[in-house]
Design a protein around this ligand. Structure first.
Ligand SMILES: Nc1nc2c(ncn2[C@@H]2O[C@H](COP(=O)(O)OP(=O)(O)OP(=O)(O)O)[C@@H](O)[C@H]2O)c(=O)[nH]1
Ligand SMILES: [Mg+2]
Length: 606
């Protein structure tokens, strides 16, 4: 059977996963009549909760006797390595662009990567139903982006189509009647060449993603570049370092709709899943010939942000988690790096601590959230940007960003970008909004989303995407934040919290167990303050005055995982367990903190 391999790529939310829903329905791969969930490929728990795609995934449909393998990819910049690693398994990419927003930072990132490896690009202008849609203008902007990225004449001459993914509609021309998605399927058939199927040569396959199955163990998913192989066959695996080892394929699966179905053979051109090699990694080469050449390595951009993952040593350590030791944490992290090519780990000089590096705070937060759901308990440090030294000069990651804000707020936002060492590159209007395009060090982006939210009362939308490493820019002045720290261990009382809430927003409510050194709120004066949240009221005096009913506590600020990661300073940790997220001072005792401060002050003077 003829095969075509494509990936869906785009900026976040431009409609990739929804478009695949439409294709799956139209080709009968998922039933149309039965009430099916939206964005069926966003099957992971965190994907459903966050409403975004996190992992690249494969599906396949049959259209007019041709098998179309489609890889769905995430559009969020933090998961960029998920896109990079699958691009080599396809011949073409559908580049979706929102008909109102136009190209955004991650559109640029994914298009750049796709052009670099020479994929055929098919442009899909989606969401043409949006009230302010401007498909023609967006098409022009997309052409400019191709040009900007140095596309060849041939690449500039890209085919395009318009869609309403949510309604399952595609039209070649804006005047065409809205019928169904088949114009898109025909468009794919027309512009994507059949996968090269040299089934005669030696067998070579390269895993782009890994999956796990309780019965057969680790499964490698990737494209067969040449040859064919059957189940129960001995093979050679060429590691990314060139070392060769022997293994055995036990089973082979191919994709039908969303399912992996067992197949007799893996044949050149197809994207398949292979079981039987328990230590297989992404990017290795599986072959049946002892002296086959390895396939070119899968390259992904380096991580930009690092955090320390530590064994929990808070006074409440070990109460809530199932897996708490450094051995547990290390084993889990190693397992993660085997399948997540965007992640790197290093052991810190200090024992019981691991430096975990990824591309942004969110990709690390997703991992931490996954670990706590699996029963792990740990502490993490404040995220820091990974610098590089080249010829004695420091370089730092620079990203491209875009912020959409109500017009009248753009002045303040521009100022904030400048303070964070960013540079405005363009300013456009879209309705009553201003779209600011800029480049900025990753350093300036840490905590920026929250700042923008406050500054624009929730109306600003910030996107950013890694671009390059550039010479390190000047210092960024930090906002002075101070924490309210419990000086005692016990149970927080409404009486105490009532007094404390005048000094700043609280992170805990009455009845919460606290320990000495735990952070219970933010001190609005900007300096740390040690407090007593566990005092009971003096019943005798109070009863007469009836002050009991007077206690009205403002609901505490919810310290979500992401909020905690953004909040913590260098001398603080976020403590993460399956049931709680607490923040704390690294030094729990006030006198230790005092001594430390004094020592630091002295060192500064020396
Ligand atoms: N108005 C309109 N909304 C759409 C259309 N297609 C998708 N959407 C909506 O856009 C939102 C994002 O859609 P997704 O399919 O999750 O976008 P995505 O590109 O897969 O997002 P990520 O995977 O997170 O990058 C959803 O709320 C969809 O319902 C469309 O054609 N028109
Ligand atoms: Mg998606």
């Amino acid at each position: 059977m003829e095969i075509r391999n494509i990936a869906n790529i785009a900026h976040v939310d431009h409609g990739k996963t929804t478009l695949i829903d439409a294709i799956l329905k139209a080709t009968g791969a998922i039933p149309t009549r039965v009430e099916t969930a939206e964005r069926i490929m966003d099957s992971n728990d965190q994907e459903r909760e966050r409403g975004i795609t996190i992992f690249s995934k494969n599906a396949s449909v049959n259209y007019k006797g041709t098998k179309i393998n489609i890889v769905d990819t995430p559009g969020h910049a933090d998961f960029g390595s998920e896109v990079e690693r699958v691009l080599r398994s396809v011949d073409a990419a559908l580049l979706l662009v929102d008909a109102f927003e136009g190209p955004m930072p991650q559109t640029r990132f994914v298009l750049g990567k796709a052009l670099e490896i020479g994929l055929k690009i098919l442009v899909v202008i989606n969401k043409i139903d949006r009230p302010m849609a401007r498909p023609d203008a967006v098409l022009d902007m997309t052409l400019d982006l191709f040009d900007n990225l140095g596309a060849s004449e041939e690449q500039l001459d890209f085919p395009y189509i318009f869609t309403i993914a949510r309604d399952g509609v595609a039209v070649r021309s804006l005047d065409d009647p809205h019928e169904d998605i088949t114009p898109l399927l025909d468009f794919i058939m027309e512009h994507v060449k059949p996968a090269a199927a040299d089934a005669g040569g030696i067998f070579r396959m390269q895993p782009a993603t890994l999956a796990y199955d309780n019965y057969v163990g680790r499964i490698a998913v990737g494209r067969v570049y040449e040859g064919r192989a059957r189940g129960n066959t001995p093979v050679y695996v060429i590691g990314t370092d060139g070392a060769r080892r022997v293994g055995k394929i036990t089973r082979i699966y191919s994709f039908e709709g969303l399912d992996r179905v067992e197949a007799k053979e893996a044949v050149a051109g197809d994207i398949v899943a292979i079981a039987g090699i328990p230590d297989i990694y992404v990017g290795e080469t599986i072959t049946n010939s002892e002296d086959a050449e390895p396939l070119p390595a899968i390259r992904v951009d380096p991580p930009t942000v690092a955090m320390s993952f530590l064994v929990n040593n808070s006074p409440f350590a070990g109460r809530e988690g199932k897996f708490v030791t450094s051995r547990h944490i290390l084993a889990r992290l190693i397992k993660e790096t085997e399948s997540n090519v965007g992640l790197k780990i290093e052991s810190d000089e200090k024992m019981d601590s691991f430096r975990v590096m990824g591309r942004g705070e969110m990709c690390l937060a997703v991992l931490i959230e996954q670990m706590r759901r699996e029963g792990y308990e740990l502490q993490v440090s404040r995220p820091e940007v990974i610098m590089r030294e080249i010829n004695g000069k420091m370089y730092e990651p620079i990203e491209r960003g875009a912020i959409t804000v109500p017009d009248e707020l753009s002045g303040r936002v521009i100022e904030a970008i400048n303070i964070r060492q960013g540079r405005i590159e363009d300013m456009k209007k879209a309705g009553d909004r201003a779209v600011l395009e800029f480049e900025i060090p990753t350093r300036g982006l840490l905590g920026f989303r929250a700042a923008i939210m406050t500054m624009t009362r929730g109306e600003g939308v910030l996107y950013h995407s890694f671009d390059h490493y550039g010479p390190k820019r000047g210092a960024i002045k930090k906002r002075q934040v101070g924490s309210m720290i419990s000086g005692f261990t016990g149970v927080a009382t409404a009486f105490s919290l009532n007094n404390l809430q005048e000094r700043g927003p609280l992170f805990i409510g009455p009845g919460t167990e606290v320990y000495e050194g735990m952070i219970v709120g933010e001190h609005n004066k900007g300096a740390d303050l040690t407090v007593t949240p566990i005092k009971g009221k003096q019943l005798t005096n109070m009863r007469a005055s009836g002050a009991d009913d007077a206690i009205k506590l403002t609901p505490p600020v919810q310290m979500t995982l992401e909020a905690a990661i953004e909040y913590i300073q260098d001398d603080e940790y976020a403590e993460i367990t399956p049931s709680n997220i607490r923040i704390r001072k690294i030094l729990t005792s006030k006198s230790d903190r005092k001594r430390q401060n004094r020592r630091e002050a002295e060192e500064l003077q020396d």
